[in-house]
Design a protein around this ligand. Sequence first.
Ligand code: KIV
Length: 263
Amino acid sequence: MRITQTTLQKMAESHERFTVLTCYDAIFAMVLENAGVEVLLVGDSLGNVLQGKSTTLAVTLDDMVYHTRCVAQGSSKAFIMADMPFGSYQISPEQAFENAAKIMASGAHMVKIEGGQIMADTIRFLTQRGIPVCAHIGLTPQSIHQLGGYKLQGNSQQSAQQLLEDAQILEKAGAGLLVMEVVPATLASKITESLSIPTIGIGAGPHCSAQVLVLHDMLGLYSGKKPRFVKDFMSGADSIQAAVSSYIAAVKTGQFPGQEHEF
Ligand code: KIV
C-alpha cells in the first residue's frame, strides 16, 4: 500500500521516526523503497550530484518533471516529494500553481518549496487547490548567494526566533511537512515541539520527526569535503541495499544523527 501524507502524520504523532532520501531515477526508487525508505525526495540537489553544478540554481522545471517521472516509474510504495526549482514559484502563487501542477502530473505526491513566511500566501494558494506542500527553511540552497555560503542558520537569538515564527506561519498556511536544514539541534527540537506537522531534519539534530540525506552523500560519494551532518553508510556495508538498511535502522533507533553530526 502507498505511503501517504496521513501515514507520515500518524508516524510522527506516535513518535515513530520516518526516513527520507533523495532519489532521481527508477532503479534507485525500487532499491530505496524496498529497503523501507518512506519518502523519496526528487531533490533539486540533482543539479549538484547529477549535473555537476556547484549550486542548484540552474535546475529547470523540465529537469524536475523528467526526474520525478523516472522516480514515479520505479516506485509503488513510497511517498514521492519533488522540489520546485529556483524561479518556478517565487513570482506569484499563480505561477507556483501552474508549475507545481506539472510536477504533480509527472508523479509527485507533494512539492517542496524553499523560504520563510514570504512563502505563506503561495503555500495557502497551492494547498487550498489540492497540491500538498512541504516547506523548507534554514539553509535554503536556492538562496545561497544571499546567505553567503553553505553555513549554519538560526545561530543568533534573533534568527532563531525568526525561524520559529516562519515555521509556525508556514504550518498555519497549510504546509504538511517542514524540512529544516543546517540549524542548531536545540532550535530544531523546539520547532518540532511547537508544530503539529512532521519535521524533517538535515544537519538539524536528532529531535526531528524524520531525517533526510542526499543519496550520494550517504553512499559516500561526494566531490569535495564531507559535510559535518553527513554519515557515509556505505563504509562497512557490502551492498547499497545494506547501506540503505543501515541508514534506516540508525534513524529509527535515534543513532543517526549523532552529536558529531549536529550543530
Ligand atoms: O534538494 C535536496 O536534496 C534537498 C535536501 C537537501 C533536503 O532539498
